[in-house]
Design a protein around this ligand. Structure first.
Ligand code: SAM
Length: 239
């Protein structure tokens, strides 16, 4: 038996149903909901062998992992953060697959790389990706600052997402080498204090800060922020 082998016919609680309607400016189809449930089943089973998440209660998982992963980036796609067709996206410090796997389920047209420095989490993700049949997703182990400097990763991504990984300017250091000129970075944050904004501005070095979006989660009304940045193309004015 593989370290992470998932089975479908064991009793795992159901995620709440009927929650998506109207909660996001993005349609979540019944097919996606079924995939989210299968991913939840993987996380519950995988958590027995790897320390993936403490958020496992179905409503919490729905809000803090699934809804949050989609809300952090999808609303900005059409106008503010236009991406090419079939963009390459990297989720740096993905942990148990957040926000990367929910995004992969919602956006099968994206090609996703899930990166984490913890081998065991990556082995879990590789098993879950195979179990879910997510052929456009790969999970790799390594440190962002090391792998990002190497082919085939260096300078080849349209979007980097980072949720709860490090201080803002360190997140930018992680994302910088992976992105194409003109590529985007979205930092998923809880609170966003003035000190963090100041720290971010000190560490932009080739990024322009585009927008900080503040929103509340639909169940527990917790405050969240998406910090959206764009990597300047060489020769672009820093002003
Ligand atoms: N993004 C996930 C989430 O929101 O649930 C996981 C967040 S967890 C607090 C931070 C993750 O980042 C850990 O799994 C850790 O192994 C990973 N990490 C931290 N520094 C990293 C680096 N330099 N390169 C790759 N992964 C890193």
């Amino acid at each position: 038996m593989l370290e992470f082998d998932f089975i479908d016919d064991i009793t795992i609680p159901s995620l709440p149903s009927g929650m998506w309607e109207g909660s996001l400016p993005w349609p979540v189809t019944p097919g996606m909901e079924a995939e989210f449930q299968r991913f939840y089943d993987c996380v519950v089973q995988g958590n027995r062998r790897a320390n993936l998440t403490r958020i496992l209660e179905p409503m919490d998982f729905w809000e803090k992992h699934l809804w949050d992963s989609l809300r952090g980036v999808l609303p900005f796609l059409c106008d503010e953060m236009p991406l090419s067709a079939k963009p390459r996206v990297v989720d740096i410090g993905t942990g148990g697959g957040f926000p990367g796997i929910p995004l992969a389920i919602a956006r099968p047209d994206w090609s996703l790389t899930l990166l984490d420095s913890t081998q065991k989490k990556v082995r879990f993700l590789q098993g879950a990706i195979a179990h879910l049949g997510l052929s456009q997703v790969q999970a790799i182990a390594g440190r962002a600052e090391t792998l990002g400097a190497l082919r085939p990763y260096r300078g080849s991504y349209d979007l980097a997402v980072l949720r709860a990984v490090a201080a803002p300017s360190l997140c930018l250091n992680y994302a910088r080498p992976w992105l194409k000129p003109g590529g985007w970075a979205v930092l998923y944050r809880g609170q966003w204090r003035d000190e963090e904004q100041a720290e971010l501005e000190q560490g932009l070095q080739g990024f322009e800060s585009v927008r900080v979006d503040s929103f509340v989660t639909p169940q527990t009304q917790a405050t969240r922020h998406s910090v959206i940045l764009r990597r300047r193309a060489s020769g672009e004015d820093e002003g």
